[in-house]
Design a protein around this ligand. Structure first.
Ligand SMILES: O=C1C[C@@](O)(C(=O)O)C[C@@H](O)[C@@H]1O
Length: 224
C-alpha cells in the first residue's frame, strides 16, 4: 500500500496503534509516532487496523523523543510492514546524507516519503520557506514544513508559500504550530497543503495548537 498524497490526507497522530478504531471515522491515515511509543516495532507487528500508517520516528533534536542511535534503522524496519504506506524523514537527516539507505529502502518497498522540517522558535522569511520546501521536495514525495507563528502576517506568509508551490505542481504539507497559527491547520489545505495532523485524544497532542481529530476533520470538510 502507498499513500500518494494527491489529495488531502488527515493523519491521526498517536503513539498507540490501538487508537486506530477511534480514528477511523475521521482520519485517512494514522501517524504512528514511533519515538513516543514503548515498543513501536512490536506494535506494528500486531497492527490489524484499516487505516494506512505514516510512520514517524522523530529525532530528539527536531522536537521528538528518539535518540539518533538506530533511529533511521527502526524507521527502515517499519517499511517492511504492509500497513506502512509512508514514512516521515527529517529533511536535516536527508541533507546530512544519513538517510540515503532509508530512502532507497522506502523506494524499493513502494513506501512514500515525507521530508519534514520543524521550526519551534519562529517562522522563516517567506522566500526561505519556499526554498526549503522546494529543496525538500527534490528528495521526497511530500515536502513538509511546520513553523511557529507569532503573528498573522507569518501565517499569511506560510499560506502564500503553500499556494505558490502547489500552483507550481509541488506536493507540500504546511502548518503553523502554536495558538496564533492554529487556524492554518484548517485553512492550509485550501491553499494546497496535503497533510493535516490531529490527535485522537486532545490531551495527547503531538504539537502545540493542534485541534482534536473530529474538530479538524469537520473544519477541513466545511472549507473544502
Ligand atoms: O511533523 C508533524 C507535524 C506536527 O508537528 C504538527 O504540527 O501537527 C505533528 C507531528 O506529529 C508530526 O510529526
Amino acid at each position: 500500500m502507498r499513500l500518494d498524497f494527491d489529495s488531502f490526507v488527515l493523519a491521526a497522530a498517536t503513539a498507540e496503534l490501538s487508537d486506530e478504531p477511534a480514528a477511523r471515522e475521521h482520519a485517512d491515515a494514522i501517524e504512528f509516532r514511533m519515538d513516543l511509543a514503548d515498543e513501536p516495532v512490536a506494535a506494528l507487528e500486531v497492527y490489524d487496523g484499516e487505516l494506512p500508517i505514516l510512520a514517524t520516528n522523530r529525532a530528539d533534536w527536531e522536537g521528538g523523543d528518539a535518540a539518533d542511535d538506530g533511529r533511521l534503522e527502526t524507521l527502515a524496519e517499519a517499511t517492511a510492514h504492509d500497513a506502512v504506506a509512508a514514512i516521515d524523514v527529517e529533511f536535516e537527516s536527508i541533507l546530512e546524507g544519513e538517510a540515503k539507505e532509508l530512502l532507497e529502502t522506502a523506494r524499493d518497498r513502494d513506501v512514500s516519503v515525507v521530508a519534514s522540517a520543524h521550526d519551534f522558535e519562529g517562522t522563516p522569511p517567506r522566500n526561505e520557506m519556499v526554498r526549503l520546501l522546494t529543496e525538500a521536495g527534490k528528495y521526497a514525495d511530500v515536502a513538509k514544513l511546520a513553523v511557529t507563528a507569532d503573528s498573522k502576517s507569518e501565517t499569511l506568509a506560510l499560506l502564500s508559500a503553500t499556494e505558490q508551490l502547489t500552483a507550481h505542481g509541488d506536493t507540500v504539507a504546511t502548518m503553523a504550530m502554536g495558538d496564533v497559527g492554529s487556524h492554518t491547520r484548517a485553512v492550509a489545505p485550501v491553499y494546497g497543503s496535503k497533510i493535516g495532523y490531529a490527535p485522537v485524544d486532545p490531551a495527547e497532542a503531538t504539537a502545540p495548537g493542534q485541534y482534536d481529530l473530529e474538530t479538524l476533520a469537520g473544519l477541513v470538510a466545511r472549507l473544502e
